[in-house]
Ligand binder design. Structure first.
Ligand SMILES: [Zn+2]
Ligand SMILES: [Zn+2]
Length: 351
């Protein structure tokens, strides 16, 4: 018994500590890409060409640097950060802070994680249309741009994870590039509807999403009059720009921290990691290595300590008859070479 408790504590520590930057460096360096290696040395298979980690980093950096700067994004995000920081300092209020956090931890799990990510991007489950569209409207409050472009960018990320073609890999230009700075670098796949809509054939024929993609900013702003009615400009500031900035960083941590810090359960061909604090803050999205291994699974947390609030929501809806075709992960099996392609493509799910 005592030994069991000790081994559980040891396991938690060794896994959870890797979610912090310094510990991650100490414990997980060069731990990744097992599936992409040739077994002889630290060589990675990049579209059939074997190269070292350093050579791949250099190649990714060159590709990123070739992208022109998008001044619109850079200026817009800088202004939004400036407003949020100035507002937080000059209009500080505990009520406002609580309001901001309540909205953040409602809109982000339901709108972004449940709807944009697991339901729309990965089709991990189905719900009635009224519920799908309601969740999408809630997602619209996150102010993260047109839904189809969000879905397209995410599908592109899974297709090229940490390889040439990925929009936001830490490989090449590092953590901050994967977190936010990649948005300052143009890529036609992010702004050209003709290109990104190729990645969303399942959504292109739904009038609701075509409408949302035109009116997303109106949906995002629709909360402001309500906030003003209940709490004046203080609520507008805390429930508007400050909450939006916090939410953006939370979403971005799923692109950055979970490709940098944490432990790896599956030897996928990317740098994805399971990171407990992103798992908790982003309603289960931190179990990102599990997710890259089995991308279409509705459930990301697989071990008992991998808390996955979004999965609990999907599970409850399924029990209520409001979600079906819920894809579950295969029981945990350490990947073997035969399953590498399957893992890399995230196909290891069952219904
Ligand atoms: Zn990822
Ligand atoms: Zn995903």
């Amino acid at each position: 018994m005592g030994q069991n408790v000790r081994s559980i504590i040891r396991s938690l520590f060794s896994h959870y500590l890797r979610s912090f930057p310094l510990m991650a460096q100490a414990t997980t360096i060069n731990e990744g890409q097992a599936a992409g290696r040739d077994g002889k040395s630290a060589m990675i298979n990049v579209n059939g060409e074997w190269m070292t980690e350093d050579a791949l980093n250099a190649k990714m950096k060159v590709l990123a640097d070739a992208r022109p700067i998008t001044w619109n994004n850079a200026i817009l995000l800088t202004i939004l950060h400036a407003i949020a920081i100035a507002g937080a300092v000059t209009m500080f209020s505990w009520d406002g802070l609580w309001l901001s956090l309540i909205l953040l931890f409602t809109i982000s799990p339901v709108g972004v994680t449940f709807c944009y990510h697991r339901m729309l991007s990965h089709k991990a489950f189905k719900v009635p249309k009224w519920l799908e569209y309601t969740a999408a409207l809630i997602g619209g409050l996150s102010a993260q741009g047109p839904i189809r472009s969000w879905v397209a960018a995410h599908r592109i990320h899974h297709r090229y994870s940490d390889m040439p073609g990925d929009l936001h890999s830490p490989r090449g230009k590092g953590f901050w590039f994967s977190h936010m700075v990649h948005l300052f670098y143009d890529d036609p796949r992010m702004h050209d509807e003709k290109i990104w809509s190729k990645y969303t054939p399942d959504l292109n024929n739904q009038k609701f999403y075509l409408f949302m993609d035109k009116a997303w900013w109106l949906v995002a702003m629709s909360i402001l009059p309500v906030l003003y009615y209940f709490g004046g400009w203080t609520y507008v500031m805390w429930g508007g720009p400050i909450r939006v900035i916090l939410m953006l960083h939370l979403t971005w941590f799923v692109n950055s921290a979970t490709h940098a810090w944490g432990y790896r359960t599956y030897p996928t061909r990317d740098l994805s990691r399971n990171n407990w604090w992103v798992g908790i803050l982003a309603a289960g999205e931190g179990w990102h290595n599990n997710h890259h291994a089995q991308a279409n699974s509705a459930r990301h947390g697989q071990r008992w300590y991998e808390i996955d609030v979004t999965w609990y929501l999907i599970w409850t809806l399924e029990k209520l008859g409001l979600a079906w075709d819920v894809k579950r992960p295969r029981p945990y099996v350490q990947a073997t070479s035969e399953r590498e392609d399957e893992l890399a493509l995230g196909q290891g799910v069952s219904q």
